[in-house]
Design a protein around this ligand. Structure first.
Ligand SMILES: *Cc1c(COP(=O)(O)O)cnc(C)c1O
Length: 483
């Protein structure tokens, strides 16, 4: 027998695992099928490791490895592998980036009321689409339409899957095969490849861009209006600003043109702000109510940006235009489900109390966290990690700024407190990766070799997670380097 076969023959077989008492306990706990699959995987991995070493002529290493491949040494790996398999792929994450509406981390956290609503629709049949008076079929949109009208002053409302779908629907229903006029400076791209020209193309509407990148006048619109024109479009430049020698077209100017030429005005607001954001220290952004009052025929915005609810595209506006949208076949294809509607209703109800809402909606609460609270949180984090930091790593509290995120308020800097870690031997990137790949994963900022924890976006319990994950990661890193 050659060395390769000899070493491979020493690997424990499935039956050796099954004969082990501890493994039997795992089977009782997790079921035979899963445990068997993991045992086979473990044997196959060990096999590959051995073969690799032998092929690289590392015979001695292969020999000692093969001796360590015994059931009693592999039990722990087996249990870890089983637990890893059972973990959900969509993992809870710690957001220490300070980006409040973090699209890649799922944008908004829901309020307690929204979560209760979600719980309720998950475990009960509901009045989703039924009219209780008549017992006949009703409309799912009625569940939130009235609330949306109350909060925005609009005549009617419709909710679809996201704001991209809302814009696509409005363009398809009102301007297919016709022309839509938009200012060149508003041809935006939002993350996740939402590009106005491409959405326009998909809807069948023809894009008519007017003005220059930095300046546009009402006359530019007037010149472009012809019998093919179906809609005037205003898109909020959510994620960038054109500054300097600029002139935008205001919604009021567009509305005046719309009235004069009998054309609807669509206002894609992006972030749906319902409250005055000045109280958070942000520059005032138009609220949905203001846009409706200014005369926009339709206003579209996201449910999960600053509004702080579930992913949704909300359209509010005049009865006639909303009716046109409702009757378009696309509406059925981008229909929201009961979970979205439930979470949205729970979210919107908070806005009936303009003072309470800043505390009730997590997004608004995080945006408006006072510095004293952030300082106190930073101190708790520092205290939790300081005690186990090895020599060579220094931790400190510093001032910095957080971001709103979600493509909103691109220039806003929210004063925050951060806890920074600096490492002498260049292992900080390794550390960041360790805690990101650990469970639950932790996402931080990493700037100039400083690992940064922005405490603004931390949730209750996160400090403990960070502390134990860091401790584990440091053990792994410093153990490896000792080898
Ligand atoms: C974010 C945004 C969108 C896309 O909204 P989603 O809800 O992400 O689909 C469209 N338009 C504007 C102006 C935005 O800011």
């Amino acid at each position: 027998m050659d060395i390769k076969n000899k070493l491979l023959s020493r690997l424990p077989a499935v039956n050796d695992f099954l004969a082990d008492e501890e493994v039997q306990k795992l089977i009782e706990k997790y079921g035979r099928k899963l445990v068997l699959a993991e045992i086979r995987q473990l044997i196959s991995n060990s096999r590959s490791e051995l073969i690799n070493l032998i092929e690289q002529d590392e015979v001695d290493a292969a020999k000692s490895k093969s001796e360590s491949f015994k059931v009693e040494n592999l039990r722990e790996s087996l249990q870890a592998a089983i637990e890893k398999t059972l973990r959900p792929n969509l993992a809870p994450a710690v957001n220490a980036t300070g980006v409040v509406v973090h699209t890649n981390l799922g944008r908004s956290l829901l309020s307690e009321r929204a979560k209760e609503m979600l719980q309720m629709v998950s475990s009960h049949y509901t009045t989703l689409e039924i009219d209780r008076e008549s017992g006949e079929r009703g409309s799912r949109y009625d569940n939130v339409a009235e609330l949306l009208c109350q909060l925005t002053g609009a005549e009617d409302a419709l909710v679809v899957n996201n704001n991209a779908a809302a814009v696509l629907l409005a363009l398809s229903a009102l301007a297919a095969d016709q022309e839509v006029i938009i200012s060149r400076g508003e041809l935006i791209e939002i993350g996740g490849s939402f590009r106005i020209p491409e959405v326009m193309k998909q809807s069948g509407a023809k894009l008519r861009e007017v003005g220059t990148t930095n300046k546009v006048y009402p006359e530019d619109f007037v010149e472009a209006i012809n019998e093919e024109t179906a809609l005037l479009l205003k898109v909020h430049t959510s994620n960038y600003r054109v500054v300097g020698f600029t002139r935008e077209i205001s919604l009021e100017e567009l509305v005046r043109l719309g009235e004069e030429y009998n054309l609807p005005v669509l206002d894609d607001l992006g972030s749906g702000v319902f409250t005055n954001m000045e109280q958070v220290g942000l520059t005032p952004e138009p609220t949905v109510e203001e846009r409706v009052a200014a005369g926009a025929d339709l206003v579209t915005f996201s449910g999960d940006k600053i509004l702080g609810g579930p992913q949704a595209g909300i359209i509010v506006g005049s009865k006639d235009y909303i009716a046109k949208l409702k009757n378009h076949p696309l509406t059925r294809a981008i229909r929201v489900d009961k979970y979205t509607l439930a979470a949205l209703e729970g979210t919107l109800k908070a806005y009936q109390d303009p003072e309470g809402v800043m505390e009730e909606i997590p997004t608004l609460r995080m945006l408006s966290s006072p510095t004293t609270k952030l300082q106190e949180r930073a101190e708790r984090l520092l205290e939790a990690i300081e005690e186990f930091l090895p020599a060579g790593i220094t931790a400190a509290i510093a001032d910095d700024s957080s971001r709103v995120g979600g493509g909103a308020y691109p220039l806003a800097q929210l004063k925050t407190r951060i806890v920074t870690l600096q490492e002498e031997t260049g292992k900080i990137h390794r550390l960041a990766k360790e805690i990101r790949t650990n469970y639950p994963p932790i996402f931080t900022r990493l700037i100039n070799d400083r690992l940064i924890f922005d405490v603004r976006t931390l949730q209750p319990g996160d400090i403990d997670i960070i502390s134990s994950s860091l401790q584990e990661a440091l053990e792994v890193i410093y153990d490896d380097s000792r080898e």
